[in-house]
Design a protein around this ligand. Structure first.
Ligand code: SF4
Ligand code: SF4
Length: 437
């Protein structure tokens, strides 16, 4: 078999969005990844670890196995946390192979009419439109403001429904009015100007944690950068990739790529680990569909906020003292998907007065993983408990992180366990040290 045949072998996969055969061939079955896999820790099952999952995909590609319900189950049961990729000496990307298998799952086992209509409504109508997303939050804000939420929680009525419903309601932070329309198109740099950045406003971050987005703009300006926030920015496509809707993800990627490349900016900065990971994958997602030099230019500009501030050098003069202790949870899509681990710690250590207390297993998943934490709520609770035990052992005042999914899950878990810590995004912590003007 030639190298090209090996790369393109689809076997029992559908031709559209089949995993690359070369990607599954690389596994040498060494097992180095096994201790890093949360679903293996939960089940002890070979098929629920990276080696087993890659073996399933390889068997389908080699026509030794049909795309069975078991393959579909493993595709969705994988957290796509990518801890296995960090551990793998051969560079096998089991999480990404499983992500691709989710779109195969939709092709092999199409949803019923109602399920399909609901999925299309959420992924193709709502999530793609910042305006519709913001409007969809109005009833939830009313629910919170009119005291209905207090009543629902007090009477514990959601105990009667499925587990995911009570958890989803319990995770809701206090919602503010949408920030996006209030943000200026350009916020000028303060002090000596160092450049001009485009701010990629993540949809979940800005809706759930507008204080994070607000602080990102303020900190970047204070650090000497003009901050350009394109209001038309659409979802990065991460939820679509996670749910196996790769076509809509590609359309969003093309839109955001054209939007940001038309701006006069040196960098594109995001404060959301999930967005950063997706944006850095546009080059691969749009390969053969967009001009290669445009894809390379876009990729060269993307930075996570912590990566950016370390790269340009954090200006510490004028920072206020913040007397507190923190521990740091590494979002999977920051440490495993983007290899960013040292930079957030470097920033924390530079904030005057802040003591960083390292927790054990800081890069172990929190059990959120988009909708995984709702679909598998019992398993998610077990993964989260392991994380929160490690947080508790530090005795730190705050739990710092950098992704809205982790933030929601961790904040919910801390409340449920009545632990004293609260969650802060790294940029909120730096924002506390940054003077107001
Ligand atoms: S995925 Fe990587 S680490 Fe895991 S068994 Fe295969 S080669 Fe080894
Ligand atoms: S991505 Fe995470 S859950 Fe999936 S196989 Fe790798 S380590 Fe396991």
């Amino acid at each position: 078999m030639s190298a090209t045949d090996k790369k393109n072998l689809q076997g029992n996969f559908k031709p559209q969005d089949a995993p690359q055969y070369a990607d599954v061939l690389q596994c040498m079955r060494c097992g180095f990844c096994l201790p890093t896999c949360p679903t293996y820790a939960l089940t002890g099952r070979e098929r629920s670890n990276p080696r087993g999952r890659v073996a399933l995909a390889r068997a389908v590609a080699e026509e030794k196995l049909e795309f069975t319900p078991a393959v579909m189950e493993e595709a969705f049961f994988c957290l796509d946390c990518r801890a296995c990729t960090t551990a793998c000496p051969s560079g096998v990307r089991a999480g990404e192979v499983m992500e691709i298998c989710r779109s195969q799952a939709h092709a092999f086992y199409p949803l019923g009419k109602v399920g399909k209509a609901f999925r299309e409504f959420v992924l193709e109508k709502m999530v793609v439109s910042p305006d519709r997303l913001e409007k969809s939050m109005i009833p939830t804000r009313l629910y919170q403001r009119l005291g209905i939420q207090w009543l629902v929680r007090h009477l514990r009525v959601l105990k009667l429904g499925p587990d995911w419903m009570e958890k989803a309601e319990g995770m809701l932070p206090d919602l503010e009015k949408p920030l996006r329309p209030q943000l200026p198109d350009v916020v000028p740099a303060k002090g000596e100007k160092r450049g001009r950045v485009g701010f990629f406003l993540g949809c979940v971050m800005t809706l759930m944690y507008p204080n994070v987005s607000r602080n990102t703009v303020r900190v970047l300006a204070h650090q000497g950068f003009d901050v350009v926030t394109p209001k038309e920015t659409k979802c990065c496509g991460a939820p679509h990739l996670s749910e196996g809707d790769r076509e809509t993800a590609r359309q969003l990627a093309q839109f955001n790529l054209d939007l940001f490349l038309a701006k006069d900016i040196d960098y594109i900065v995001t404060d959301c680990a999930g967005c950063g990971a997706a944006l850095k994958e546009y080059e691969e997602m749009l390969e053969g569909r967009a001009e290669q030099d445009k894809l390379a230019l876009f990729r060269s500009k993307i930075r996570d906020i912590s990566e950016f501030l370390v790269e340009v050098g954090l200006r510490t003069e004028g920072l206020k003292e913040v007397r507190t202790s923190v521990t740091y949870h590494e979002p999977c899509h920051l440490c495993h998907a983007q290899g960013i681990s040292k930079q957030p710690r470097e920033i924390i250590r530079k904030i005057p007065g802040v003591e960083l207390r390292e927790m054990n297993e800081s890069s172990w998943c929190c059990g959120s993983a988009a909708t995984w934490g709702l679909k598998y709520s019992d398993d998610s609770k077990k993964v989260l408990d392991r994380k929160l035990d490690n947080v508790a052992a530090t005795g730190a005042d705050y739990l710092v992180t950098g992704n809205p999914g982790c933030h929601l899950q961790l904040a919910w878990g801390l409340r449920e366990r009545e632990m004293p810590q609260s969650v802060l995004h790294l940029i909120e912590l730096l924002g506390r040290a940054t003077p107001e003007d």
